[in-house]
Design a protein around this ligand. Structure first.
Ligand SMILES: [Zn+2]
Length: 274
């Protein structure tokens, strides 16, 4: 699943090509990929709109159109947003095609269909329940360890489950939760609320480190993630624990353990993480 670093890579690549462009036409080949408003209203509202900005909140891509309205793209498990020449063959599972006024097409493809497209003002989308009230960005300079401590305090759920909760912290998924917890030497199954301030400071730093490193490496292509040009990222080659169950820990050499937390496969070192 694309997480914060993967989405950040996509928007940074798309931004210079999208800002200032006008959407001339929208074709929905699988209309229910649009969750708000109704697909026909979505097409009407998006056609003829100029793109003012391209941003991100958590794992959501925010394409700003006029009058405070946003085209929101959530890639779900397997979504891919690509900018292509119209002559490019249309890949299977392409659900939406936007024609831009410079002759390019922005295409949304999603084999597993857990992703979604939304259109509306932020308030409208929050009220409709299609956009969750997201927690702070882990790499926002104003998000400090004290704020993370406040957000973890009194939470009895396992630490990893709390990190995955997008209303607590936006953008962290399975990969960077496991990576950050390993860097912070914290067990993923301990109660979030039991962490000392010192441990939270370590976790705060580890979150930032693992996410910023992944952004520099253009994200992790562990599953179907591809960037806006259809290329893979590089971070999967340097992950410390994610996808390495049974392989030796890079710190102590013992085989990494695997457990399930919040329904997600979790890899960690029983010796190094406490
Ligand atoms: Zn170890």
């Amino acid at each position: 699943m694309p997480e914060l670093p993967e989405v950040e890579t996509i928007i940074a690549d798309l931004r210079p090509h999208l800002v200032g462009r006008t959407i001339l036409h929208c074709e929905l080949r699988f209309p229910s990929i649009v969750r708000h408003p109704e697909p026909e209203a979505f097409i009407d509202a998006i056609t003829g709109q100029q793109i003012e900005a391209v941003g991100r909140r958590g794992k959501f891509i925010l394409i700003a159109l006029g009058a405070g309205r946003l085209l929101v793209v959530h890639l779900g498990m397997s979504g891919q947003l690509r900018l292509v020449d119209p002559s490019t063959e249309i890949a299977s599972h392409t659900h939406a095609i936007l024609d831009l006024d410079d002759g390019h097409q922005l295409r949304y493809r999603d084999p597993r269909r857990f992703g979604r497209l939304l259109l509306g003002t932020e308030d409208e989308l929050l009220i409709s329940g299609t956009l969750p009230k997201l927690g702070p960005e882990p790499i926002d300079p104003t998000f400090d360890a004290d704020e993370l401590f406040k957000r973890l305090r009194r939470r009895r759920a396992p630490l990893k489950a709390v990190l995955l909760d997008q209303t607590t912290l936006a953008g962290v998924g399975n990969i960077y939760a496991d990576e950050s917890l390993y860097r912070a030497k914290l067990r993923p199954d301990r109660a979030a609320g039991g962490l000392s301030r010192k441990s939270v400071r370590r976790l705060h730093e580890s979150l930032r480190e693992s996410i910023e490193l992944a952004i520099r490496n253009r994200g992790s292509s562990v599953d179907t993630y591809r960037d806006a040009w259809g290329e893979t990222g590089n971070q999967q080659e340097t992950l410390l624990v994610y996808g390495r169950a049974g392989q030796p820990c890079f710190t102590c050499g013992r085989p990494l353990s695997i457990i399930h937390i919040a329904g997600r496969t979790t890899v960690f070192c029983r010796r190094c993480q406490r």
